[in-house]
Design a protein around this ligand. Sequence first.
Ligand SMILES: [Zn+2]
Length: 308
Amino acid sequence: MIKGQKSVRNGIEDFLCPFTDMYISQGSNGSLSHKGTMANDVRGRVAGIRYAYYAPCTCKCLKTYASTGQVMWQSINKVRFANGRIDYATFMTCHDDTMNARVGQIVAQGEQLGNMGTKGNATGVHCHIEISQSSDPSWKKNIYGIYCFNNEYDTDSCYFVDNTNIIKGNGGNWRTTTQIKIEEQSAQNIADQILYVGSKVKFDGIFKVDIIKRNTNYFGCIQLTGVPYDIYYKEQAKDYHWLPADDFTEVDKNGSTLGQDDIFQGGISYVLNKNIYEVQQIDIKTNSAKLIMNGHEVWVFSSFLYEI
Ligand SMILES: [Zn+2]
């Protein structure tokens, strides 16, 4: 995004990428300091410059940590994320040397939120950012002793990259607001409600393989199940939230199978599914449907299924 940019559709703010130029120097779950988290380190066009970044949505400062230039922010209202989810955003930015955020301060979407910096344990000027798609401000250590939120999502599932120049995007599935058409989505959501037991359905879309279940042929997909990465990571996800790789085909992020080896990699591979399934059960409250996939019961969000 650029300074002053706003994006509101149907009264809901789109959660925008806070950076005008984005060079990811350390990705999610990338190395020691991000292990088991969905944090990104982002620098700007030229290394070493303390570029400004902007409020991805209208948000409030919940907490500041002076020694690390760290600030916890939360959206004032629910926002629309790049994966189509609508929920609160709670996020952390770090390393701002010039930090002047104060608790209770409200920053409007598009206004300056901070500057990239080196405060705390930073190697080179950058902004460390991690995002929870929830209103839960819990900030606690994971099994690697690294602090993170509950319900963290990878940044490409969080921000729209309208007016962001992606210099190094680590192959993410970066989307602009034009790719998440809200009219179609609401039509789809209405259609979801008429799925019933016995409906014949297909999957609609390309999905990211977020994580592979160790020593198995199953993978976790946050978008399809809503299970947070952390829960998958700790293998606390229910059996029915792991998807059988055998039923999916690896594609690139545009859906092409050319050059794909069908060996899924967590956090990297994209997949689609062309099979037809029969809905076994419906849960209205979570808008989910139960399918039998390769002999295995799976619950997925109905919004990614369409009836045939
Ligand atoms: Zn970092």
